[in-house]
Design a protein around this ligand. Structure first.
Ligand code: PLP
Length: 524
């Protein structure tokens, strides 16, 4: 490992024909002096941006097509100076950005492009390795193994779990379910496909009605079709109803179908509910079904020792996905896919044409191309490794605890406000609630009230997001339009959460006055 770098020396001139500089554009890269000069400006810009993200409206104030119209339709014939390109970045591109790194970004799941992560991305771009084979990227391959081993231990997952980094949870889940499909005895989907197989009963994949749409997409991509999905009911707290799961499996078997996998979610997208994984794992064990756990958002919380229990039962999972790019402060994109029996997964995807054959022994050298569809892979492990080192286990846990604290503050404030109503438990850092004028409480059996509350909350969301101070998103829970405050950015403070709630209350009160149908009566 101690190969000394070769001394810098002038390379010998090749005898090739020299191009005539008068009529040929320059070749080769820009001089590195350009990198230091403009890189310095870019880093200064980044530092100022991270120091003052609130200078920008969090939600881009552009209409569809506006940026396109502001930019030339064609690439320039002659290269342009980097200074001018950076000017345009600041003047044209940044105004069209929705700022996920803004502390008021409370929509979907808040995320952070952290400083160690940004440095990791910069260095990965400079190295520009393609981690398809161990040989093409020994550092990226082995750092991926090390970083995923660290993360696995931080989350308290079993040592037997081996992983790879995918771009997104959507890709991770698709790859995991391809492995599940491959594990079905006698199916041989890899070689024989799924079409024209009268010898095979239709496969069934179980997930709750709250599971993420990426699972539906995986079924589409894997040729299972959405008809293969069985959506299990949830309990009042939006967790998978295990009795309904068992009933469905029994009914499907009786109907001659072939159950093959269950997806449980730790931190569902709408409410962040946690499916009862231990009970689901027991069903999967009994029924011989592949258990995939989608912990894309919630899984990161297990770095907090007192929250380890959220992954209870996951030691029995066949595969599990957690996204460091969601709640572990790693810039987009970075999704960790773990597998209890990696050979099943790599068996589904391994395919080595002659031009990719190498002499490294399979047992010693991982080829990351075997872990999914893509051959080429970015050096994503570098940023994850840098984030884990820069914050450490305690630092990561403290940061997640802070987000949990902010969410508790938001939930308590919602519960205390007569004009707000909380609509789901808060196991993590996301609060689901709505504006509900106090005089309409308990009147939802009237259709007019239901419709008004939904319209009021939709209009409130637009008005609040229009301020540029915060950005919230919505969902629908039991036919009620629901607002979400999702805390995941390292720069979010108590004041941002308080401001979000104040804006919701202010705009909802105004809109209720302006828009309440007369049939419902006026506010007292
Ligand atoms: N799973 C869950 C529970 C999610 O909430 C999301 C996105 O929010 C996904 C999967 C998809 O994540 P990705 O964007 O990484 O594909």
């Amino acid at each position: 490992m101690s190969i000394p770098p070769r001394p810098l020396s002038t390379p010998p001139r090749s005898p090739s024909i020299q191009p005539d500089p008068s009529n040929v554009p320059p070749v080769g890269d820009l001089p590195t002096s350009e990198l230091t000069r403009h890189g310095g400006r870019a880093l200064d810009w980044i530092a100022a941006y991270l120091d003052h993200p609130e200078r920008y409206p969090v939600l881009a104030r552009v209409r569809p097509g506006e940026l396109r119209a502001a930019l030339p339709a064609q690439a320039p014939d002659a290269g342009e100076p980097l200074a001018r390109i950076l000017d345009d970045f600041e003047q044209l591109i940044v105004p069209a950005v929705t700022h996920w790194n803004h502390p008021g970004f409370l929509a979907y799941f808040g995320i952070t492009g952290s400083i160690p992560g940004i440095l990791g991305e910069l260095l990965a771009a400079a190295l520009n390795v393609n981690a398809m084979l161990w040989r093409t990227a020994p550092a990226a391959t082995e750092l991926e193994e090390v970083a995923l081993g660290w993360l696995r231990d931080l989350l308290g997952l079993p040592a037997a779990f081996a992983g790879s980094i995918q771009d997104t949870a959507s890709a991770s889940s698709m790859v995991a379910l391809a492995a599940a499909r491959e594990a079905v005895p006698g199916l041989e989907a890899r070689t024989r496909g799924l079409l024209g197989r009268p010898d095979q009963a239709p496969l069934v994949l179980y997930l709750s009605t709250e599971a993420h749409s990426s699972i539906d997409k995986a079924a589409i991509a894997l040729g299972l079709g959405t008809d293969s999905l069985s959506k299990v009911a949830t309990d009042p707290d939006y967790r998978m109803d295990v009795a309904d799961l068992e009933r469905r499996i029994a009914a499907d078997r009786a109907a001659g179908k072939r159950p093959f996998a269950v997806v449980a979610t730790v931190g569902t997208t709408s409410t962040t509910s946690i499916d009862p994984v231990p009970a689901i794992a027991a069903v999967c064990g009994r029924e011989r079904l592949w258990l995939h756990v989608d912990a894309a958002y919630g899984g990161s919380a297990a770095v907090v020792p007192e929250l380890r229990h959220i992954l209870d039962g996951c030691q029995y999972a066949d595969s599990l996905v957690v996204n460091p790019h969601k709640w572990l402060f790693t810039p987009m994109d970075c999704s960790a896919l773990y597998c209890r029996r990696p050979s099943v997964l790599t068996g589904a995807f391994r395919l080595t044409p002659e031009y990719l054959r190498t002499t490294e022994a399979e047992a010693e050298a991982t080829n990351l191309m075997d872990w999914g569809v893509s051959l080429g892979r970015r050096f994503r492990a570098l940023k994850l490794w840098m984030v884990m080192r820069a914050y450490g286990r305690e630092g990561l846990a403290a940061r997640i605890r802070e987000h949990l604290r902010l969410a508790r503050i938001a939930a308590t404030a919602v519960d205390a406000a007569a004009d707000l109503e909380r609509l789901a438990p808060v196991p993590f850092s996301t609060v689901c609630f709505r504006a509900r004028p106090p005089d309409l409480a308990g009147q939802e059996d009237q259709e007019g009230v239901r419709l008004h509350l939904n319209a009021l909350n939709a209009a409130t969301l637009e008005a609040v997001n229009g301020t540029g101070e915060v950005f919230l998103s919505h969902t629908v829970l039991r036919e009620r339009t629901t607002l979400r405050i999702a805390i995941g950015n390292l720069r979010t403070e108590e004041r941002h959460v308080a401001r979000a709630l104040a804006l919701v209350r202010e705009h909802a009160a105004r809109l209720d006055r302006e828009q309440r149908p007369t049939a419902l009566g006026r506010k007292p």
